[in-house]
Design a protein around this ligand. Structure first.
Ligand SMILES: CC(C)(COP(=O)(O)OP(=O)(O)OC[C@H]1O[C@@H](n2cnc3c(N)ncnc32)[C@H](O)[C@@H]1OP(=O)(O)O)[C@@H](O)C(=O)NCCC(=O)NCCS
Length: 178
């Protein structure tokens, strides 16, 4: 795929590229596609100690949770399309910072997934460009995210200008019988 010449400008298309990427805001009608993409993301992390622990009824739960997210005024999901096919997703949530710190609010980026067949074609770049516009519209000056270390995600985030600023740690607590 040569989707390099991405158009992330509010769903408009640019001439030139034979396989243009467009990015649009997701609507409730996109819920089945969103569930598929976000479950695919979790399945790619099947061996991860947090994201690999998928519940058997995850799909049903996903409809409820992601439906509520689509209705929320504090967040947005963007879908990238090539032709009529949805190839990627990115979610932005306007998030309150600690009241002791600047800035007041930031954009938390999550649920980023590009279908394997569309990778390395500029889909993430297009999604991030649109997310940046959303931040600008809301007066948000910063994006933050968590990613699994290593792999394609780490390289993509570094290449996209996201610096590592924190480590997330986890420890299992043994059950104690009293
Ligand atoms: C990470 C991911 C979203 C990147 O999407 P993408 O559409 O392929 O990314 P882009 O083509 O826009 O690439 C942007 C830049 O990131 C870097 N990059 C992307 N994938 C890379 C990889 N596998 N290895 C090294 N660098 C990579 C490159 O610098 C690239 O720019 P370039 O191609 O001009 O060199 C995609 O690989 C994916 O969905 N991975 C599985 C899910 C995942 O890890 N999601 C992130 C959760 S935090």
């Amino acid at each position: 795929m040569t989707a390099r010449h991405a158009s992330a400008t509010r769903g408009t298309q640019q001439p030139a590229a034979s396989r243009q990427i467009t990015v649009r805001r997701a609507a409730l009608a996109d819920l089945p596609t969103i569930v598929d993409l976000r479950l695919a993301l979790l399945r790619e992390n099947g061996d991860h100690p947090v994201y690999g622990r998928l519940r058997v009824d995850a799909r049903e739960r996903a409809y409820d949770v992601f439906g509520a997210q689509l209705r929320s005024s504090n967040e947005v999901m963007f879908l990238a399309e090539v032709g009529s096919a949805v190839v990627g997703i990115l979610r932005c949530v306007e998030t309150l910072n600690s009241p002791l710190l600047h800035p007041d609010r930031y954009c938390y980026v999550s649920s980023v997934y590009v279908r394997p067949s569309a990778r390395r074609g500029g889909v993430l770049k297009a999604l991030l460009r649109r997310a940046g516009e959303w931040c600008g519209d809301r007066g948000l000056s910063e994006m933050r995210l968590h990613n699994v270390p290593g792999g394609s995600a780490g390289a993509a985030w570094s290449a996209s200008g996201f610096a590592v600023m924190e480590e997330v740690r986890r420890k299992e607590v043994p059950r104690v019988r009293r």
